[in-house]
Design a protein around this ligand. Sequence first.
Ligand SMILES: Cc1ncc(COP(=O)(O)O)c(C=O)c1O
Length: 288
Amino acid sequence: MPVEGICWINNEIVRLEDARISVMDHGLLYGDGIFEGIRFYNNKAFLLEPHLERLVASAKALALELPQGIPELSTTLQSVIKEYKNHHGYIRLIITRGKGPLGINPALCKTPELIIIASPLNMSDEQAQKKGIRTIIASTRRIPADCLDPRIKSLNYLNAILARIEANNAGVEEALMLNQQGYITEGTVDNIFIVNNGELYTTPSIDGSLAGITRDLILNLANDSGINTHVKSLAAYDIYAADECFLTGTGAELIPVNEVDGRKYSDCPGNIFKQLKNQYQNSLIQRQ
Ligand SMILES: Cc1ncc(COP(=O)(O)O)c(C=O)c1O
């Protein structure tokens, strides 16, 4: 079955199923590269600026040269959105180290590869929005931040994939991951929030989570509406004993969690979740 979507690669836009990269690309061989997932609505990229800022920071951290400067990259991205037949969708912007000989040496890869995919927007599961998802805390620990900084949005997801395999085997939808000290980091592809006594908590990147753009938006929306917010280390106990729990991400948007390791939340989706979800949707409309 053809995969729906288009792709900007090698300076042209092609059908997704016709897009090709070299088998000698170090993104494929060694996961040497970075990416951003960006939603667009009514042909306009949502929160483009912070996504591009994070891309630049990830590239700097990996000493990876951006194939295009930011103004040019924004123009290329807009041209992909314009070319795509749907007005709403999802952009996957990938920059790999490019082609090189076998062996990890990035210095031997002369030209980074830019790939921009536009594909359908996966609407979040209606059942999940109504009833929440079940999760476990995985036994696979997050790679320590001093080994691979979680703020680098890299092409390496094996650590998260190991945790997702645990979730699959346990018959639940998502896994939460602890760091080496036993503090909660995040889900496999999303940030975590809990609510306690009407106050909102999420985990700091230094504990092992991506500096999520949706997370930042949610913190700002909560502050705007007078909800006290805390970015602090959380133990499994805090998650089990919380009043509400939910996950955030560009793909996921906001997903309520109804269960962690068999401990159920009586309030799911909870009131704070519902309020923030409303504010999130309003901010989508306002930014159009
Ligand atoms: C590991 C991880 N954490 C959190 C997120 C959520 O980040 P954002 O809200 O910027 O999409 C993602 C999204 O891809 C992710 O891969």
